[in-house]
Design a protein around this ligand. Structure first.
Ligand SMILES: *Cc1c(COP(=O)(O)O)cnc(C)c1O
Length: 377
């Protein structure tokens, strides 16, 4: 086999030219979404949830954009995410680690100035021990389970903490928080039940700022705002009010590149399994994006070019999808052209509907091969 010469470029000098698809992330829209949420929150503070690399859109660029709007509080899920974010955004902002700290990660968390979310008596004891060892108090949020049964101290554990004078020794209590299970269903009885339970539990604990609302929780009204809200989804353009018009601005556009076009004769089998057959002479284009890029294989959809809808035809392949381009004038679409897959006409919420999932999963599944462009910083 021939050796690749040193210095040989395997990709084009322009990464956008080499990429099969281009994901444009509008940080200006993220900032406007933050402003809209902050306006709705009135006097309560608005944090930014940037876990899972900012829902796939880039935790660092998103956090930097939010910082410019005055956001000084961020939430990640893992310690590693917090350490990386701290290195990128500097020492000022608060960074909370939602899943808490796995045993052994305390020194890294302390060095990065992260705030542990304490979800259990075990996590509380470990953070107290770390404070003793460090010789100074360590910052923490206490999460209580107000009725989701996922993370957080049970009511019995909260009562035990409240009864033990030394339970919070060495802990600088920054926040008492809980998470809503049904916030995207405003009529669900669990919302008020959780709010009442949260307010009861936090009253047992030393006074600290409180936080209950995620994106959808903000739209449940001021009783859910407390001192700090923790939106993620809405910042990224996901509709926090399903079934109603989306109050947020779209943030992403996904465009895929045409690899080749062709005309096939009537009865030609199209794609794997020949699940489609040409109904007459038919013009097709193959685009450079497939299920390996997070596009669900089973979901039907269409691309758009020049405002014309180009339906998918046949099966979605790993790295490509075939489009029926018969609706376009001949030779209008050529290899190298970009077609839109996610835009204002086909939103992440629309795709989630056709995939049978939620837009959160659409965003966090977006492929790693896309050339990402951040605009509006
Ligand atoms: C992910 C998460 C959020 C953000 O939720 P969105 O629905 O994306 O706004 C807030 N709080 C906790 C505890 C979370 O896990």
């Amino acid at each position: 086999m021939n050796q690749v010469p040193r210095g040989y470029k395997t990709v084009a000098a322009d990464p956008a030219a080499d990429a099969g698809a281009i994901l444009t992330i509008d940080l200006g829209a993220v900032r406007k979404n933050y402003r809209r949420l902050q306006a709705r929150l009135g006097g309560a503070k608005c944090a930014g949830v940037v876990k899972a690399d900012g829902y796939g859109l880039g935790a660092v660029p998103v956090a930097r954009a939010l910082t410019q709007e005055g956001c000084d509080t961020f939430f990640v899920a893992h310690v590693g995410e917090g350490v990386a974010l701290r290195a990128a955004i500097g020492p000022g902002p608060s960074i909370y680690v939602l899943n808490g700290l796995p045993p052994g990660s305390e020194p890294d968390a302390i060095a990065a100035g992260l705030i542990a979310v304490l979800n259990s008596t075990e996590q509380l004891a470990a953070w107290r021990a770390a404070a003793r060892q460090a010789g100074h108090a360590l910052p923490a949020a206490l999460q209580v389970d107000s009725g989701m049964s996922r993370l957080g101290m049970s009511p019995a554990e909260v009562e035990a903490v409240a009864a033990d004078r030394h339970a919070l020794d060495g802990i600088e209590l920054k926040l008492v928080m809980s998470h809503l299970a049904c916030a995207d269903e405003p009529g669900h009885a669990a919302n008020e039940a959780q709010r009442i339970e949260f307010d009861r539990l936090r009253a047992l604990l030393p006074a600290a700022p409180a936080s209950l609302a995620n994106s959808s929780g903000i739209f449940l009204g001021p009783a859910y705002h407390h001192q700090l809200a923790r939106p993620g989804a809405a910042l990224y353009g996901i509709n926090p009010t399903p079934g109603q018009e989306n109050p947020m601005l779209p943030v992403i556009r996904l465009q895929a590149k045409v690899i080749q076009t062709r005309t096939v004769e009537r009865d030609a089998g199209i794609g794997y399994g020949h699940t489609a057959t040409a109904q007459g002479p038919q013009r097709l284009a193959t685009i450079s994006l497939g299920y390996a890029d997070g596009w669900h294989r089973r979901a039907g959809a269409a691309a758009r070019f020049d405002g014309v809808e180009l339906p998918f035809i046949g099966r979605v392949s790993m790295d490509s999808i075939i489009l029926d381009i018969s609706a376009l004038p001949e030779s209008r679409l050529k290899a190298g052209d970009l077609v839109n897959l996610i835009d204002a006409e086909q939103t992440i919420d629309d795709l989630a509907g056709s995939y049978g999932t939620i837009a959160y999963e659409v965003l966090t599944s977006l492929g790693h091969r896309f050339h990402r462009i951040h605009v509006g910083a």
